[in-house]
Design a protein around this ligand. Structure first.
Ligand SMILES: Cc1cc2nc3c(=O)[nH]c(=O)nc-3n(C[C@H](O)[C@H](O)[C@H](O)COP(=O)(O)O)c2cc1C
Length: 256
C-alpha cells in the first residue's frame, strides 16, 4: 500500500511510478483524511510507502495529523515501511519527523528517501523560466529510478540528502503555522468563478459566495494547489507569487 499527499502532482507522480513497479495500490491522504479512514489493513508481506512533499523543512499539516491518527494493522513482524519526501531545496527534517511519528506507534522506517523536484513555493522560486524547472529536475528521474530499485528489493537504505536537524525544522514549522493564514490570499478580477479552487481544496477552505471566491477557514494547508491550478491564474499569496508563475507536474492530469 502506498499513501501519498500531493497538492501539485509531484508526489502523485512518485507514488504512481513506484506503484507501476511494485503493483501496490496508491491512496490519496486527502480522501483518507476526509473519510476519517485511519486504519490501514496490510496484507501478509505487503509493504507500506509514505510519499509526501516537504513543507517548511517538515510535513504538511494534513500529513502530520494523518500519521498521528493512523493505525497500522499487519501480521508481518518484518513490515517494510519506507518514506519518500520530495523537496525543492532542502527536505529539512521531514523524514526524521515521519520516523518519530511511526516510533510512537511501535514502528520504524525501514528505508528513507528524499527526491529533489520542482519547488512549488513560488513566494521564493521563479517557475516562469524553463531553465529553472530544468535545474530543479536535473537529477529527478535518475534518483527516482534508484529509489524504485531500492524499494523493489526491500533494501534497508538511507538515500536522504540535504537534510537539516529537527531543531531547525521546529523553527521553520513555527513560521509555517503563521503563514497558513488564509487572509494572505487574494483573487483578482480575471477570476471567472469557475469554482475549481473550491472543488479542489484538500481541506474545503474555499467557497464561492455572492459571486466571490472566499476562504471560509482561518488557516489552510498552504499547499498552493488553488494558486497553481487556477485556469486564469487569478489567485495570489502575499502579493508575491504572481511574478513567479504556476506549476503542476506535467505527468499528472487528475489531482486527488
Ligand atoms: C508551503 C510550501 C512549503 C514548502 N517548503 C519546502 C521546504 O521547506 N523545502 C523544500 O525543499 N521544498 C519546499 N516546498 C516545495 C515542495 O516540497 C515540493 O515542490 C514538492 O515536490 C511539492 O509536491 P506536490 O507537487 O506533490 O504537492 C514547499 C512547498 C510549499 C507549497
Amino acid at each position: 500500500m502506498i499513501i501519498y499527499f500531493s497538492a501539485t502532482g509531484n508526489c502523485k507522480y512518485v507514488a504512481k511510478r513506484i506503484s507501476e513497479e511494485t503493483g501496490d495500490n496508491i491512496h490519496s491522504l486527502i480522501a483518507l483524511n476526509k473519510n476519517k479512514e485511519y486504519t490501514l489493513e496490510l496484507k501478509k508481506d505487503e509493504s507500506l510507502g509514505i510519499i509526501t512533499p516537504t513543507y517548511f523543512w517538515g510535513l504538511p499539516v494534513l500529513v502530520r495529523q494523518y500519521l498521528s491518527n493512523m493505525n497500522i494493522k499487519t501480521d508481518n513482524d518484518n513490515l517494510f515501511i519506507y518514506a519518500v519526501s520530495t523537496y525543492g531545496t532542502s527536505p529539512g527534517a521531514s523524514i526524521a519527523i515521519i520516523d518519530d511519528l511511526l516510533k510512537d506507534k511501535g514502528f520504524r522506517l525501514s528505508s528513507k528517501y528524499t527526491l529533489m523536484m520542482v519547488d512549488t513555493w513560488t513566494v521564493m522560486f521563479d517557475l516562469t523560466k524553463e531553465e529553472n524547472i530544468a535545474e530543479f529536475t536535473r537529477d529527478t528521474d535518475n534518483k527516482l529510478n534508484m529509489i524504485i530499485d531500492s524499494i523493489s528489493s526491500a533494501k534497508n537504505e538511507d538515500l536522504t540528502e540535504k537534510t537539516k536537524p529537527k531543531l531547525f525544522s521546529k523553527f521553520a514549522q513555527f513560521a509555517y503555522n503563521l503563514d497558513r493564514k488564509t487572509s494572505y490570499f487574494t483573487v483578482d478580477d480575471s477570476c471567472t468563478l469557475c469554482g475549481l479552487c473550491s472543488k479542489d481544496c484538500p481541506v474545503d477552505a474555499i467557497e464561492i459566495k455572492d459571486k466571490k471566491v472566499v476562504w471560509v477557514k482561518d488557516k489552510c494547508l498552504l499547499c498552493f494547489r488553488c494558486l497553481h491550478r487556477c485556469p486564469t491564474f487569478s489567485i495570489e499569496y502575499k502579493n508575491k507569487t504572481k511574478v513567479n508563475g504556476q506549476y503542476t507536474n506535467p505527468n499528472i492530469t487528475e489531482f486527488d
